[in-house]
Write a protein that binds this ligand. Structure first.
Ligand code: ADP
Ligand code: MG
Length: 317
């Protein structure tokens, strides 16, 4: 029987790179660079709500950290440190080994130290707190969108939601599409490099965790503006494009969560700068709409207003 101490030593203690004191004392010691804000965010992943009980532990490990890294990306911050508080129903070493492998794959990909946490017995629940840095005055907030700004999104939208719909047997995806959609659902790629590149360009930014309309809605509300979004411009898998008339696909694009792409606004005179960032990062950045003075969120499909309440999210209409 492995003790809690050994569990932490074996599965969670790794060399630290940017921390003065990490796992093993009553608290960790970190040092924030002069002239920087400490950027702090937390996200909990709960079995049944955020992942299935039988989900691959490696994926749970990656995603429980990745969704937090994504919040740093959205702020234009560099993620450095993370704590992990985990409730485990049982001491399952196979599960823990795979979970920590996924977690540290993400930590290493973004150069993040795990500096502490807590381990208890209970229904599977993973609480991650992430900390990063941003030079004072450089964070990208939700509140800066200006009338006339372009609205952009990174990557492709809707894939994770379609993957989830497949797992819930609401649709049956063809093999090739299924693979891409499950990858998007299980292994989201936080857009940290993009967030950094947008510090000097974007007027506002958010990561898409709850669906494009919901998350863009947060920007609009915080900024006191409205927007028009063009459905046919929303970037998605090529195989999804001919099906954009289907309700499920529209829902995935507009209301599907879990993509963890960035949605940001930028002045129209910055279009070339955004394209240059896209090329430098090898990441598609697509202009999907514009910020309006009338404080509503309108979705057009080839110029025709889309009846959003038909899609079941009339609270945005
Ligand atoms: P305390 O009783 O002082 O709170 P613990 O025995 O809970 O300390 O934890 C011992 C050390 O291990 C602490 O540094 C704590 O931050 C770290 N730790 C505990 N659980 C985890 C975990 N799941 N991931 C990373 N570090 C952990
Ligand atoms: Mg203590």
């Amino acid at each position: 029987m492995t003790s809690e101490f050994h569990l932490i030593q074996q599965y969670f203690k790794r060399p630290i790179k940017q921390t003065d004191l990490g796992i093993g004392d009553d608290a960790a010691l970190i040092r924030v660079k002069e002239g920087h804000h400490l950027v702090v965010s937390a996200d909990m992943s709960v079995v049944g709500a955020h992942f299935f009980a039988d989900a691959a532990p490696e994926h749970i490990g990656w995603k429980s950290l990745a969704v937090n890294v994504s919040d740093m990306a959205a702020m234009g911050a560099v993620p450095n440190w993370v704590t992990l508080s985990i409730a485990l129903p049982e001491m399952n070493e196979t599960w823990l080994e795979a979970f920590s492998r996924g977690f540290f794959a993400c930590a290493e990909a973004f150069n993040i130290d795990l500096i502490g946490g807590d381990t208890t017995k209970g229904p599977l629940n993973i609480a991650v707190q992430i900390m990063g840095e941003v030079p004072v005055g450089k964070a990208i907030k939700r509140s800066g969108a200006q009338v006339g700004d372009d609205i952009w999104v990174s990557g492709l939208l809707g894939s994770a939601a379609l993957g989830l719909a497949h797992l819930l047997e609401k649709t049956k995806l063809p093999e090739a599409e299924l693979e891409a959609c499950l990858h998007a659902l299980n292994l989201p790629q936080p857009r940290v490099a993009l967030g950094l590149a947008l510090r000097e360009i974007a007027t506002s930014c958010i990561d898409i965790s709850d669906g494009l309309l919901a998350d863009l809605g947060h920007i609009l509300q915080a900024s006191g503006v409205g927007a028009t979004v063009h459905l046919e411009h929303i970037p998605c898998l090529d195989t999804m494009k001919p099906r954009v008339h289907e309700l499920l696909v529209q829902q995935a694009l507009l209301a599907g969560g879990d993509d963890y792409e960035l949605c940001f606004t930028a002045p129209s005179h910055c279009r070339e700068a955004v394209v240059a960032v896209s090329e430098a990062l090898g990441l598609p950045l697509t202009r999907i709409g514009e910020v309006d003075v009338v404080p509503t969120l309108n979705v057009l499909h080839h110029g025709e207003p889309l009846k959003l309440n038909r899609l079941g999210y009339d609270h945005f209409a």
